[in-house]
Design a protein around this ligand. Structure first.
Ligand SMILES: Cc1cc2nc3c(=O)[nH]c(=O)nc-3n(C[C@H](O)[C@H](O)[C@H](O)COP(=O)(O)O)c2cc1C
Length: 203
């Protein structure tokens, strides 16, 4: 597959086969993904690769997050989509492995009358670290597609972050996202891409 095909044909996978991913395959994928760019090359990211009993416990914590999210989904999407999403959250499509991506915890004070650039200065480290972690996550998604694996990038678990961190024994880091990974058990259609996102200037 060309890179362009990998990018266009990657889909969010919400149903997985009951099949383990060899550790060597995952390790190779993650080592490659870690070549992502990062702000001032800080590489301020941490990946937890979780399966087994701990993963089952995390599924339960993440189910909590979906309850918080439901009223928001009800407003945005038709009933069928909400039902599919809520079902997915029961056991995250049976994903054999969860990747939890973390960054350092940041604390800062924001005041209402800050200008955007003042706010940016205060939030700079968190902003940069979360963008860097996002580049890492996108690498994971694309490399997984290349290896015949499916993924789904999730921020919904942020709604249950305290419970998840307690479960993980993590106190000094912030959860960026969770990525489900496994061999796909579905081939979903591509959601429509919106046009008019590129402005050409001086052409
Ligand atoms: C930052 C981010 C957060 C996301 N969070 C969730 C999530 O919490 N739950 C979920 O089911 N999908 C989540 N997704 C997946 C999107 O719904 C999906 O990428 C989008 O609908 C486009 O579909 P595609 O990935 O198949 O192209 C997330 C994607 C991104 C990039």
């Amino acid at each position: 597959m060309t890179l362009s095909e990998i990018i266009r044909e990657r889909r969010s996978i919400r149903k997985y086969q009951d099949k383990d991913i060899p550790r060597q395959v995952l390790n190779e994928l993650l080592e490659d993904a870690l070549w992502a760019p990062s702000g001032t090359n800080r590489q301020n990211w941490y990946i937890y690769v979780v399966k087994g009993e701990k993963k089952e416990k995390l599924f339960k914590s993440m189910l909590q997050a979906s309850q918080v999210l439901k009223p928001k989904l009800d407003k945005l999407f038709p009933e069928k989509i909400v039902e599919i999403t809520m079902n997915f959250f029961k056991r995250l499509g049976g994903a054999p492995v969860l990747l939890l991506v973390y960054m350092p915890k940041h604390t800062y004070d924001l005041s209402k009358d800050m200008s955007l650039s003042e706010r940016y200065k205060v939030e700079y480290d968190r902003f940069t670290n979360s963008l860097s972690a996002s580049a890492l996550i996108q690498n994971i998604l694309l490399l997984a597609k290349e290896k015949g694996l499916g993924t789904c990038w999730l921020t919904a678990p942020k709604h249950a972050e305290d419970t998840i961190n307690e479960e993980m024994g993590i106190t000094d880091m912030e959860l960026v996202s969770v990525v489900t990974i496994g061999y796909p058990n579905e081939d979903p259609p591509a959601p429509r891409r919106k046009g008019e996102k590129i402005e050409w200037i001086g052409y």
